[in-house]
Design a protein around this ligand. Sequence first.
Ligand SMILES: [Fe+2]
Length: 302
Amino acid sequence: MYIDDIEGTDGRSLGLVVSRATVADIHERNLFSSIIDTSRGRDVAVSDEQSAAGSVPPATLACHGNPSRHDVARARRVPASTKPIMGKMFSDARLGKAVQFNDAAKAVDQIISTLDENPIALIEVTRLRSKDENSFLHSIGVSTLMIHFGRWLGHDPMAVRLLGVSGLVHDIGKMALPSSLLQKAGSLTGDELAQVRTHPSEGHALLARHGTMPNVVMEICLNHHERLDGTGYPRGIAQNEISKAVRIASICDVYDAMTTIRPYKRAWSPTEAFSSMFRSEGQFDRQLLWQFIQCLDHPGGP
Ligand SMILES: [Fe+2]
């Protein structure tokens, strides 16, 4: 097995590990996560029976707060069970059909009931994603973070549910972009970047056309790339023009994108992601950012 990185050890790579005892030792330690380069060595062995039974060992995942194997197995079922709902929403959007609030709410209710058991297990599980499932798991990841953060801030259940739905559909406008552009490896040209940057307006137009989504969901869809200092897009609005719900969404969106663990690259640790967001002077709401850190460090409440 080629262990490319162990989070929490300053990017220490173990390289090729041939001894089972060493792998077992890594699992025993209270590490945040490890990244295994499957192009250079073996993957974690998981049988179909284990996978079906939900007893997949948390081999690439050992989280803060030590969630039990049961919690991790339960958390792993959320992406699987919400995938058909998300697939339908995304394909409806691609076909220009209405994205149904009730579909998104169904997925959000599954996320909420899993968060009730162990918030950190689900947040960690959604970080692990391959390239082809990235956009779907990014939506679940952002929704999960927004629900957890909203609850931690003391929002009422209806407001929390709307934050969850907003997280699921915030990038729905990307369905209007050609898939070749979304899947392009490497950097984008200026024209391609401009095209990608139309996704908030495209998403908002799609949701507005059918009128099934509450205002806050549409507002988050349109404004999640806006920044407090006016450097965001699509309109470059700033400060008081950006609501608290949008500020929450932009923090969760960027944090999720930065900390995603992918098979082909080192993920940023939560600490690295927070440092970068704090260094982005004036872009994010600093008080909310501090509270966001605390909601992950002390998931039980302030
Ligand atoms: Fe986006």
